[in-house]
Design a protein around this ligand. Structure first.
Ligand code: DAR
Length: 363
């Protein structure tokens, strides 16, 4: 596709898919002001949004410095998605003081002692390209680095556990049956080669090489290797006490930080991630709740999404991104904000939002 053909296609997408932030903020003069190597780099970043017009963001960074190198194009998209005005200075701050503010949903209602909670952070090792631009050797090399770190975690009684690789021929390789079992258990990530957004961006290339998952002995601390980011580090528990959940993540994250090369960070955007939607804290905190009243028993999420949005929450099915509500109105709710908010603000918003939705459900 020539530059003129690409630009014409973007204008068509801008009209037909107004939610596509890449098309909404594409600046032809800026693009044409770039030299050929820079144009090619930017085309790789926005290719997913061109070939998938229904994209929300429509771009994935290929290298940690893309966010600064292509700020005239990416910053307006980032501000639009994260709700940050052009006048506001972006300077990501961090707060992991998990004991400062009690957030125990079980203390609100005993029935909330059973909610399933998960909080994950995305991290990328700064000395590698981001997943969209890695070759197979780099993917396997990164996995080897991560597996060495996990070996140290496995020796630690506070973690223990195992590392499961899906890279053919590796010592920790699991077979297809075990892989499927772990996916069904909501532990391992799904086959990325079926995701058209990730395929176009190159993020799912070389599947399944360089991919795997660490699971702690208690199965409450997991690390995905080689998914949309180099690492997705997560804690998962039942019970409603968000302080305990976040503290588990904080401890595990600090251990990994000490065992791995430096993570990619930006003074403005905080943790650097493949997708601009994950910048900042790089955190998605979520919990599953049964809200049959607010979802017409899972058949219609319209009202719940409307109410949740006023609380700064996003709603999706319990089966992950692009899934429907589960039995009895089982949904996944999570704070939308990730950039410009600290980890503790995210925890508080999840707690306050879940409490408010529970009150609406039982009004
Ligand atoms: N397909 C991408 C998804 C954006 C948010 N979700 C992520 N990063 N998993 C889009 O631009 O729509």
């Amino acid at each position: 596709m020539t530059p003129d053909q690409m630009i014409a296609r973007i204008w068509t997408i801008r009209k037909a898919n107004p939610g596509n932030l890449m098309a909404r903020h594409f600046d032809e003069d800026y693009f044409r002001s770039l030299d050929e190597p820079a144009r090619q780099r930017l085309e790789r970043i926005i290719k997913t949004g061109i070939e998938n017009p229904d994209s929300q963001m429509g771009a994935y960074a290929m290298n940690p410095d893309d966010y600064d190198r292509f700020a005239p194009m990416l910053d307006p998209m980032i501000r639009d998605f994260h709700g940050i005005s052009a006048e506001t200075e972006i300077a990501q701050k961090h707060d992991w003081d998990t004991g400062a503010s009690p957030c125990d949903l079980g203390a609100i209602d005993a029935r909330l002692k059973e909610v399933s909670m998960r909080v994950r952070v995305a991290r990328n090792v700064g000395s590698f390209p981001l997943p969209g631009a890695m070759n197979k050797e780099q993917r396997v090399a990164l996995e080897k680095l991560a597996a060495q770190a996990f070996a140290r975690l496995i020796e630690d009684p506070a973690f223990g556990g195992s590392y499961f690789s899906i890279t053919p021929g590796t010592a920790n390789e699991i077979d297809a049956a075990e892989y499927d079992r772990r996916v069904k258990a909501h532990q391992m990530f799904k086959d990325m080669s079926t995701d058209r957004y990730l395929n176009v961006a190159g993020i799912s290339a070389d599947w399944p090489h360089g991919r795997g998952m660490y699971v702690s002995g208690a199965e409450d601390f997991l690390v995905w290797v080689g998914e949309e980011d180099h690492l997705r580090i997560m804690a998962m528990q039942h019970g409603g006490n968000l302080n305990v959940l976040f503290e588990r993540l904080r401890i595990g994250l600090e251990c990994l930080q000490d065992l791995l090369p430096a993570f990619a960070t930006s003074p403005r955007y905080g943790n650097v991630t493949s997708c601009p939607t994950n910048l900042g804290a790089g955190m998605r905190a979520s919990l599953h709740m049964r809200l049959p009243g607010l979802t017409s028993n899972g058949r219609d999420l319209t009202r719940l999404k409307r109410e949740a949005k006023t609380l700064g929450l996003a709603v999706r099915g319990a089966g992950g991104e692009h899934s429907d509500a589960g039995e009895g109105g089982l949904v996944d709710i999570s704070p939308s904000a990730r950039l410009g908010v600290t980890e503790m603000e995210i925890m508080r918003r999840l707690y306050d939002g879940a409490a408010a939705l529970w009150a609406m459900e039982n009004a």
